[in-house]
Design a protein around this ligand. Structure first.
Ligand code: ATP
Ligand code: MG
Length: 451
């Protein structure tokens, strides 16, 4: 891969050239360079320069670019060269002492790109590029990218002590990139995990989100479970919880890690995959024949998921959806109209929530022992049935019934909770295909009720 040149977007080049034209040294740095070398699409473009932010602002104004003072205290100015794309331009710096285990107390600006690269977290993130020179790699980042290794720049314990967020960044990069964490780095992550208490919950949640949304979460979770456990103590009991049943070939943690990886990269489904079996260690028991059972584990998992969503500061809506998916994940859904409509009613009539449940169930099944994993395809059939039910407009919520509350009262149901009860009963009978969703039939049925 020893390519010395990478593709950079025109808007990024415009900023680099504007800085160079004003006599400054400027480099593309960070995730952009790493991702470009790996052939991944990178999102944000970062530039490091020896210009101070006021000088950057001056040079950019001369070129006609808009700028925003987003982080000038730390030397960062956001430049929008084309009215659309943002480029973060940061003055070369080293970080001063870290007294709170998370933020440098001060930053000092330095004159060389090399010093700037030395303050960065991992070698793969400590690369700089400019077209006239090529890649600048004083810390061996290219080798580590080639060997797919995450390695701290400098002394790992010291760097984690400065900023414990780096511990979680290592875990999530492992999941996003499929890289292995270098042994000394991993040892230091374990030894320093207690420092994660210095990281704000918002940042912790963000890193865990990114980890779960990665392409390679299985290996990342398995390699770092004893580090992640500080942020997610719920996973500790899953490690080594055996699952001695014919359906499984992994312990609860590894089954979970596979379920996460095999589920689509959607935030809700991935969190549900992480939580779906968390109740298993608590509900496990062995029958005399030595087989393990987990009756009722979904309900226990759902209450554990509730606790996690509170701690992770997730929105109420997300927390409710997560709870519902986890609670329903082990129920049987058949590829029949009846079954699909029953489950649509159980997910409050939200088709996308049922789709998420099917995706979770599919991944869960695929993470079972090979003889049972093939059942996963049945969920595709259920999803096709869901599409059919949605296309033909069959009722699965009270609002979709051919009668409303007013009609029921006209038919003799007294005003009050009885109206809701009657509607619920009608919906049930319609879903079970005992009566058609037709106004006259429904009203006739209502008249037979004694509410
Ligand atoms: P992503 O793809 O998530 O954007 P990234 O590597 O670009 O990955 P950013 O958070 O955008 O990550 O940070 C940009 C660069 O800043 C990193 O590549 C790294 O060089 C440096 N960096 C970010 N956070 C830290 C940190 N906590 N400690 C040291 N260096 C950091
Ligand atoms: Mg970035």
């Amino acid at each position: 891969m020893h390519r010395q040149h990478i593709e950079v977007p025109a808007f990024g080049m415009d900023v680099l050239r504007a800085l160079e034209a004003a006599g400054f040294d400027a480099w593309f740095v960070g995730g952009y360079v790493r991702d470009a070398l790996m052939g991944r699409t990178a999102h944000d473009v970062d530039i490091a320069t020896d210009a101070h932010w006021q000088q950057v602002q001056h040079a950019c104004a001369a070129a006609g670019f808009a700028t925003h003072e987003t982080g000038v205290k730390h030397g960062t100015l956001t430049v929008v060269p084309d009215g659309e794309h943002a480029v973060e331009v940061t003055t070369f710096r080293t970080d001063g002492a870290y007294l709170d285990g998370r933020h440098p107390n001060d930053v000092s600006f330095v004159t060389s790109i090399k010093e700037d690269l030395c303050r960065r977290d991992f070698t793969m993130n400590a690369l700089a590029y400019k077209p006239d020179t090529g890649i600048f790699d004083p810390l061996g980042g290219i080798d580590d990218i080639e060997q797919r290794i995450i390695r701290v720049v400098g002394d790992p314990e010291k760097r984690f002590k400065e900023d414990a967020l780096r511990i979680l960044r290592a875990c999530r990069f492992a999941s996003q990139l499929g890289f292995t964490i270098e042994p000394d780095t991993l040892v230091a992550m374990r030894a320093s995990k207690h420092l994660l208490e210095n990281v704000s919950q918002e940042r912790t949640t963000h890193e865990l989100d990114e980890l779960l949304m990665g392409r390679f979460p299985h290996d990342a979770i398995m390699a770092t479970a004893d580090v992640l456990s500080f942020a997610l103590p719920e996973i500790t009991a899953m490690m080594g919880c055996p699952q001695r049943t014919k359906y499984h070939c992994f312990d609860v943690l590894e089954h979970t890690a596979w379920t996460v990886e095999l589920s689509p990269q959607e935030r809700l489904v991935r969190w549900a995959a992480l939580c779906h079996d968390m109740g298993k260690p608590a509900s496990a028991f062995f029958s005399p024949d030595g087989v393990e059972h987990f009756y009722g584990h979904a309900g226990v998992s759902a209450s554990i998921a509730r606790g996690i969503s509170r701690r992770m500061l997730m929105s109420d809506r997300f927390a409710d959806d997560l709870n519902l998916l986890v609670r329903l994940h082990s129920e049987t859904i058949a590829p029949t109209r009846k079954s699909v409509r029953r489950f649509l009613a159980k997910v409050d009539g939200e088709p996308e929530l049922l789709r998420a449940l099917l995706h979770l169930k599919k991944a869960d099944m695929a993470a079972h022992a090979p003889a049972y994993a093939c059942n996963a395809d049945e969920m595709d059939e259920v999803e096709r049935m869901l599409d059919q039910v949605l296309a033909d407009g069959a009722a699965f919520t009270i609002r979709m019934l051919a009668v409303n509350g007013r009609d029921l009262m006209d038919a003799g149901i007294p005003q009050g909770p009885q109206v809701g009860q009657a509607m619920k009963l009608l919906l049930e009978e319609v879903i079970e295909e005992q009566i058609p969703n037709e106004r006259e039939t429904l009203l006739a049925r209502v008249r037979t009720l004694s509410l």
